[in-house]
Design a protein around this ligand. Structure first.
Ligand code: C2E
Ligand code: MG
Ligand code: MG
Ligand code: MG
Length: 286
């Protein structure tokens, strides 16, 4: 009755509570080894400036290809890693891979911004900033090309230390995004104090916006709120042309989603970007 289904390339488990628990325990054990065994991969997803349709950056997204279970959904193993106290080695692996890629682009004359997702635990890590400093000295890239995404709910777990960490990241010259915006119950007065540059509207509002007037209204007011606070606004989960058109009309600055591209291995970014720029030019640029 409980079967491993392969859906969209991911192994989904349809067992009962107990079996799910067993899988999670076994994954947790394997996660410790995954990093050393080279099972993690860095994927990326492009972001576009809506007005020009030009690439303005990419988001780094980690993947875990388990030798038996195949691709493990990222949200599942990130949650496990948080519970097991294994986020720090994963963050370190992702940071190292992201800096390495950024430096390669830089040396290739590509000034593409890359954003790394940090978790709530990272925000409380007293060594995070010194490690990032060390990465900047080992991989000398322009600070503005390294960016960080922090979910609104991670920021709300410990607002004081989040503010402290964000200020230090900001003073390194990095651009900061509030991720999954609209799901974390932050107050306007707290938001105003955060040294962030951009908000990413959560995909749960963006995906249904073409069909749901409520979602569309929420997205529109979030765009206005962001702009009124002087922030850039990014929509994540842009899956359809109709969502794109609505967002463009509502003044959204940047779009990311399956309509543009699904995430792909970061080594393929240059090829993707070249062919995107090509087709844009053929369409007459703007
Ligand atoms: P996120 O940072 O909000 O990333 C966006 C997620 O939405 C990604 O899922 C992406 O593949 C997916 N997505 C992109 N476009 C679309 C779309 O048009 N429609 C739909 N339905 N989904 C879309 P992914 O890669 O599975 O990552 C899930 C979450 O896991 C991320 O959400 C982020 O919170 C976390 N995560 C991913 N990589 C890392 C990492 O390196 N470190 C940490 N701490 N967390 C990570
Ligand atoms: Mg993100
Ligand atoms: Mg997000
Ligand atoms: Mg999200």
């Amino acid at each position: 009755r409980s079967a491993k289904l392969i859906w969209g390339g991911y192994a989904m488990y349809t067992g009962g509570q107990e079996e799910r628990h067993t899988r999670q325990l076994s994954l947790m054990g394997d996660l410790r080894r995954a990093i050393q065994q080279n099972e993690l991969q860095l994927y990326c997803q492009p972001k576009l400036t809506m007005s020009s349709r030009k690439v303005c950056g990419a988001e780094a997204l980690v993947r875990w290809k388990h030798p038996v279970y195949g691709m493990i959904p990222t949200t599942e193993f990130i949650k496990l890693a948080e519970h097991a106290g294994l986020i720090t080695p994963i963050t370190n692996w992702v940071l190292e891979a992201a800096f390495k890629q950024s430096l390669a682009w830089h040396e290739d004359g590509i000034e593409c911004a890359l954003s790394v997702n940090l978790s709530a635990h990272d925000l409380r890590d007293p060594e995070l900033i010194s490690r990032i400093r060390e990465l900047f000295s080992r991989f000398p890239i322009p600070p503005k090309t390294m960016q960080f995404e922090l979910t609104e709910s991670a920021l709300m777990e410990d607002p004081a230390s989040a503010l402290e960490t964000l200020s230090q990241l900001k003073s390194l010259g990095c651009k900061l995004f509030i991720d999954d915006f609209g799901t974390g119950y932050s107050s306007l007065s707290y938001l105003q104090k955060l040294p962030v540059d951009s908000v990413k509207i959560d995909q749960s509002f963006v995906i249904p916006m073409a069909e749901s007037n409520d979602s569309s209204v929420i997205v529109h007011s979030t765009i206005e709120l962001g702009h009124n606070l002087g922030l850039e606004v990014v929509a994540e989960g842009v899956e359809s042309k109709s969502a794109w058109n609505l967002l463009a009309r509502q003044g959204c600055d940047v779009a990311q989603g399956y309509l543009i591209s699904a995430p792909f291995p970061i080594g393929q970014f240059k090829t993707w970007e070249t062919s995107w720029t090509h087709s844009l030019a053929k369409m007459g640029g703007n």
